[in-house]
Design a protein around this ligand. Sequence first.
Ligand code: FAD
Ligand code: NAP
Ligand code: SF4
Length: 691
Amino acid sequence: MSTVASDTLHRDYPLLFSPLRIGDTTIKNRAIMGSMHTGLEEQADGNQRLAAFYAERARAGVGMIITGGISPNREGISGYAESGVEAMLGSPEEAQWHRVITEEVHRAAPDLKFMLQILHCGPLTRNADCVGPSAIRSPINPFTPRALDEAGIWQQIEDFARCAAYAEQAGYDGVEIIGSAGYLISAFLVEKTNQRQDPWGGTYEHRMRFAMEVVRAVRQAVSADFLVAFRIAAMDMLQGGMSWEEIVALAQALESLGVSIISSHFTWHESAVPTIATMVPRAAFTRVTRRLRENVRVPVITSNRINMPEVAEAVLANGDADLVSMARPFLADPELIAKAREGRRDEINTCIACNQACLDHQLDGHEEVSCLVNPRACHETLLVLDPTNAQRKLAVVGAGPAGLAFATLAAERGHEVDLYEGSDRIGGQFNLASRIPGKEEFNETLRYFQRRIELTGVKLFLRRRVDAEFLAAQGYDEVVLATGIEPRVPTIDGIDHPKVMSYVEAIRGARAIGQRVAIIGAGGIGFDVAELISHEGVSAALDIDKFAREWGIDFENHPRGGVTGIAPRVDRAAREVWLLQRKSSSPGKSLGKSTGWTKKILLKRRGVKMLTGVRYERIDDGGLHCTIEGERVTVPADTVIVCAGQLSVRELMDPVTAAGIKATLIGGAHEAAELDAERAIRQAAYLAAEI
Ligand code: FAD
Ligand code: NAP
Ligand code: SF4
């Protein structure tokens, strides 16, 4: 490996924009768009949409793109796709399907390196055909894998090699073999999933053999200058997971077999440590990659919670890695790299690591993958925001996420847009969300929209509550009402007691909160308020050492998995907190699949008591009186915080319509039930595309 001196160093990000040479191949900069499964891989015409998706990112200058995982065979697919199309590459027809994508991407950026990720899910395949080294079921899969016999193992290896050969034929520049996360290769590496006593199991040398044979076969199946990257679990976060010595031994063995790049990964999917959620500090794990880098000569990729160019630059400057992978940040902003290069950092639509529209959609399987802050992600051919040829004069009332998204996108299309906000700032409820420890990233969305207002020429009027008469007098062609929500006040005897406050007052710190607090409502906001009032000190999302303490990670000594034998230690506020809901289902059910469990674990570790099946009877000086399963219970609260859902604010709708102006409701004003920012922004974007 050698670094090629660039003609002129970039002023702000000299390392990020320096090329990297690997053999005869040059990667033009250090930014990689990491692998993400989008679901389009399993749609018959998904290649057209993937081509548009990747090409948009390629055009904006990223150095390398790695596709979502593609299986080398049927046993390795993630599950049976409803469409009947599987994300697989093992035949000329499938290679042809991929060619549509590679041609478009190389047309968009001939100097980009485009890699196919080979993903064999092994024991994580969600169907009865799943295979593994041993018949040991993963705790996150209902299916038990069939233990491969000797011939079956060689067949899998052959399939990996065939897949790589087809990837080259299809026009990719290389492959990334995933050897982490609990998938087939990693299941061979780890003792708890590999109980074989033949030459494929037992000693670590034997457990490594499958990985090595796969790489050997892949290397032989492709040209010498075809890149072969291997993704290794540099810290798998498993109790009893891989030791540091095993990780280094594997990396060095792979290097000796001709792997071009080693990519570090930081999880197995079953591990109980958050590694990409917004509560994880930026670049929390890159220190582990640095140690790995010190032990190999090939370039090393790092990843996880690197979402802005300055974070990537700092990681490189620190010597943590040769290349920086950012995956979700490229969903949030396809032009991330172009904006960084052109000194437009303040225009970047930052990934806030919420997982709501990307990973959670993938895990739920009901909705297509996209991005909360950028609904065009993976919908480039469907959500088209071309310049308008029929300019209109529009008023938008309310500058929360819905109003901001609509106003800026409509103005970008060429409409004349006035945006009226009643308070003294833009952002609506995002101003509250960003005060929750672990949600600091939400501030980036506010910064992004502030800059978008300036760039698109939206006229913003703060502290302006407008009425129908005013709107009618301005001669608007159309009015968009994005006036959001107001907190619901439940009918409970004593709800007007001085100890009761709304979540808005609690989060703003408008009133003192007591030592014993009952929270009515255990939805997203109830959980956030519980987090706010039960945590102590600096937010763990801003302090890697505190984050490590809270989740029991030892970065320095790297015991097995990074976590073995370490008890998590949380700093808790000297406060007793009860989180209550009427439903008898488990609290936190409405939270995101990929993040809800982390929030729940943290609150439990801080001693927050969660009560379900609650009937609220009365609030008085003695506390909150309830009935739970027929039994009378008094929560001795000196503060009661109400987080009981929300109601739409839409009183302008009738008068504006009566004044003869076409009005449309969006976001919370349209529908408060199950509202979140993802729905608010998506609805706004589609309206802006149509208007
Ligand atoms: P709002 O954000 O409510 O904005 C409405 C705006 O209209 C406000 O600024 C208001 O001042 C203004 N307005 C109202 N009436 C008038 C008027 N007559 N004239 C002028 N201006 C007016 N969502 C998620 O997706 N993920 C999360 O993690 C998340 N966390 C949250 C955490 C907290 C603590 C809170 C409170 C909310 C959270 N949400 C989250 C919810 C998310 O913020 C809302 O879904 C989103 O803000 C709704 O957007 P909106 O634009 O429809 O309404
Ligand atoms: P929510 O998630 O719908 O929760 C409302 C809570 O109030 C529920 O626990 C509900 O449970 C309770 N409730 C409803 N009506 C009640 C009544 N009349 N009396 C007493 N309790 C009542 O709404 P939210 O917490 O206000 O959040 C608003 C939106 O913001 C959510 O839709 C959410 O998606 C979004 N958000 C998301 C996150 C996130 O991390 N993804 C975080 C915050 C907010 P019972 O009916 O069982 O009592
Ligand atoms: Fe990032 Fe959230 Fe968008 Fe996913 S949905 S890419 S986590 S901002």
